[in-house]
Design a protein around this ligand. Structure first.
Ligand code: 3HC
Ligand code: NAI
Length: 702
């Protein structure tokens, strides 16, 4: 039978097996194979029923995402599914592992569904900026009801086997051999000699529908701000109660086609592949054996140490925490417990899960207590002498083969590694605050870091549900280095005529959850101030830096925690309120500097903040600090809230055009000086009519 699909018979049952590793994506060959197999089963008089099953890791990971954005050869998936549903002989889907997107829709086109306990079913299309385009928005609400279907489709979240059974998405969850159980099930269906039941013939209970739809729209607008696809998902599901099946299906196809061609979907698909590409690291072979990580230790139970310990425990890894003394340790562990308790009271964690996670976290009194840890992550104060001292001691105390990691946000990993006799085991694992929430880890390789240490830390990042991106050593690594460029321009804009709320509004309108000033207030203006003071000492800048931010920090206006920063905050509120005192201060600084304040347009604000960020990204690529543009995109999406629908700064740069950005940077450089010098790479791409995607393709060595 067609490539990617196997056909065999067992008595009166035809078994069609999807066989397209690694995830049985429903590419053209599979769709054709499915149709041919079905036709064969229908034509064969000896065949009374069909079992459709997946080989390998699961049933199917859905449509082949690589085919999107290009013309798709027939048969289309919706046609294949329609033909299965119309089959006069019953078709039983046997689901193990993932049945996602088109994979789930394929199961919905079948007349019966059975699963084993490993099944994970869902319609994650919304996460790719799409809606389910092969009947999912029509069949799922018919099968499981409007609200549960909306929840699944608008969130893209998947459900496990038990929940799928509860929802009626599958009829049976079987133990043991799925294929044998599905054959049994098929024999029972044959014995009943019924007309194959079709989901399209069912109706959706429309009572209370308007309220359910309104609620879904409100939730989607809040949780997926700025993204188009969730509202389309809801509109399409709404058609399940408004329109006849075929008409609604036609509309669904129209919505899908529109979204498939949208910039947002292209950006979200880019991020899907970027996350997977990030694991391909030059110098680290794909089959590198990773070191087992069964036990971890964290040094320091402050802001970051606590979050890191929780991240490890959330990923099921036992973790031991070390502090300067017992009372600081107890206070840290207490804060961890309180954070989990907060999640329980908000309903995002069960009491059992909280207890299980707390049971994985323990305190230690000395380094000897953590000597057998497989990885130690240091998160003490940002002080080179202290870190070196700790690494010298770790080298003496911790077992050979362990990974010695530092969470430093700016210090030189090579210098820290040199404090040990095993620099090959030393690596940076730069978590973002709050570490238990933020998904990014910038993993920083030193010059001596061993390949298996890199592979292990990248795998660990994924195992604990984070997005790991491998970067090299430089001041600020990738994310913070780009942030400096962005923040500096935001502050220069204040000196020239803008006000914090004006800048922040442009940036939030662009899609960031917060502008640079509200963000500074959240992070604490004293924190950035201390980092800058340190940097100035280590590496005195060759240009005049903006200084309003420093002045605020020196005035004790540290942001939300002091209720005053760039904005005012009422007690207990996180809502920034513009402060006339700050406006006065800003105007005063312009005067001191002899700058005539001018009206600054929103477009200029956007260009002055976002283009230097991209420009710095280009320099980072030139220097080989980031492996590829898409890695930078991940850093900014998962660490800094760059709008997902724009795919990250480098993807956005391509959407704007490298030529446009280069020309703007050249203009800004003329007007505002050296800090805005266009990167050589940006210039080269602009001059040769190329994009960062072209650069990535050319740089990719497989
Ligand atoms: N199409 C094409 N390639 C896919 C794919 C898909 N649907 N799903 C996964 N792959 C590729 C990955 O890119 C990766 O390739 P690589 O090895 O070259 O990097 C490989 O398969 C393995 O994927 P993962 O590393 O992600 O493997 P995991 O085991 O961690 O996860 C998965 C498997 C849960 C299936 C995950 O890959 C996933 O979430 N895939 C996307 C699922 C999805 O969004 N499906 C909907 C597609 S849209 C659709 O169906 C439209 C329909 O409504 C018409
Ligand atoms: P913090 O001040 O909240 O915590 C540091 C903790 O380390 C304190 O509890 C302190 O008692 C403990 N400590 C100090 N010396 C120790 C020793 N010898 N042994 C054991 N514990 C010791 O600092 P924070 O913010 O958690 O930062 C830690 C590290 O993480 C720094 O390197 C920082 O640059 C980095 N980082 C911080 C981020 C942030 O947003 N706070 C973000 C990313 C990285």
């Amino acid at each position: 039978m067609g490539e990617g699909v196997q056909y065999e018979t067992q008595g009166a049952i035809a078994v069609i097996t999807l066989n397209n590793p690694p995830v049985n994506a429903l590419g053209h060959a599979v769709r054709r194979g499915l149709l041919e197999s079905l036709e064969k089963a229908v034509a064969d008089d000896g065949t009374k029923a069909v079992v459709l099953i997946g080989s390998g890791r699961g049933f199917s990971g859905g449509a082949d995402i690589r085919e999107f954005g290009k013309p798709r050869p027939e048969p289309l998936l919706s046609e294949v599914i329609g033909r299965i549903e119309a089959s006069p002989k019953p078709v039983i889907a046997a689901v193990h592992g993932m049945a996602l997107g088109g994979g789930c829709e394929l199961a919905l086109g079948c007349h019966h569904r059975v699963a084993d306990a490993s099944a994970q079913m869902g319609l994650p299309e919304v996460k790719l900026g799409l809606i389910p385009g092969a009947g999912g928005t029509q069949r799922l609400p018919r099968l499981i009801g409007l609200k549960p279907a909306l929840d699944m489709i608008a969130s893209g979240d998947q459900v496990g086997a038990a929940r799928a059974k509860q929802l009626g998405l599958v009829e049976e969850v079987v133990d043991g051999d799925l294929r044998a159980a599905a054959l049994d099930f098929a024999n029972q269906v044959i014995a009943r000699a019924e007309t194959p039941p079709r989901i399209r013939d069912m109706t959706v209970d429309a009572s209370g529908a308007e309220d359910v739809l309104d609620q879904a729209r409100t939730n989607a607008a809040r949780r997926m701000r700025g993204l188009t696809a969730p509202q389309y998902c809801i509109d399409s599901v709404a058609n399940a109660i408004k329109l006849p099946f075929d008409e609604a299906l036609e509309k669904e196809r129209g919505f899908f086609a529109e979204l498939e061609g949208s910039d947002q979907s292209a950006a979200l698909r880019h991020l899907f592949f970027a996350e997977r590409e990030a694991h391909r690291i030059p110098g680290v072979a794909k089959d590198t054996t990773t070191r087992p990580i069964d036990k971890a230790a964290v040094i320091g139970c402050g802001t970051m140490g606590r979050g890191i310990a929780m991240s490890l425990a959330n990923g099921g890894i036992p973790v031991t925490v070390l502090e300067v003394d017992q009372s600081t340790l107890n206070a840290g562990l207490d804060m961890i417990d309180k954070t989990y308790a907060g999640s329980v009271s908000r309903g995002s964690l069960t009491e059992d899960a909280r207890n299980a996670r707390m049971a994985l976290i323990s305190g230690a009194a000395s380094l000897t207590d953590i000597a057998d840890a497989d990885i130690v992550i240091e998160a003490v104060f940002e002080d080179m002498d202290l870190k070196k001292d700790i690494f010298t001691k770790l080298d003496q105390a911790i077992k050979q083969g362990a990974i010695l990691a530092t969470n430093t946000s700016s210090l030189d990993i090579n210098e820290i590694a040199a404090a040990t006799k095993r620099p090959e085991d030393v690596i940076g694992t730069h978590f973002f605050s709050p570490a238990n929430v933020m998904k990014l880890i910038e993993n920083v390789r030193g010059t001596m870091t061993a390949a298996d240490v890199i592979a292990t830390v990248m795998k660990l990042s994924r195992d604990i549900g984070k997005v790991g991106v491998m970067v090299g050593v430089c001041d600020g690594f990738v994310g913070n280095r780009m942030l400096y460029a962005y923040r500096e321009q935001a502050e220069f804009l204040l000196e020239e005529g803008a006000l914090p709320h004006q800048v922040d509004k442009v940036i939030t309108d662009f899609g960031f959850p917060m502008g640079p000033f509200a963000m500074g207030d959240l992070a604490g203006l004293d924190v950035g101030y201390m980092v800058r003071q340190h940097q100035r000492k280590m590496n005195p800048p060759a240009y005049r830096e903006p200084y309003i931010g420093d002045r605020l920090a020196e005035m004790g206006r540290h942001g939300q925690k002091t209720q005053k920063g760039w904005y005012l905050y009422e007690a207990g509120s996180r809502t920034p309120v513009p402060d006339p005192e700050i406006e006065e201060l800003i105007v005063g600084v312009s005067k001191e500097l002899g700058i005539a304040r001018r009206d600054i347009t929103d477009q200029e604000i956007l260009e002055r903040c976002v283009y230097p960020l991209i420009n710095e990204g280009a320099k980072i690529l030139e220097e080989g600090i980031a492996i590829r543009p898409s890695d930078i995109d991940l850093v900014w999406i998962y660490g800094y809230g760059f709008p997902r629908g724009r795919g990250g700064p480098m993807f956005h740069a391509d959407a704007v055009g490298t030529k446009t950005i280069y020309e703007a940077m050249a203009r800004l450089f003329e007007a505002h000086g050296a800090l805005l010098r266009p990167a050589t790479l940006l210039k080269e791409l602009a001059k040769s009519g190329k994009s960062f995607a072209d650069f990535q393709k050319e740089a990719t060595v497989r």
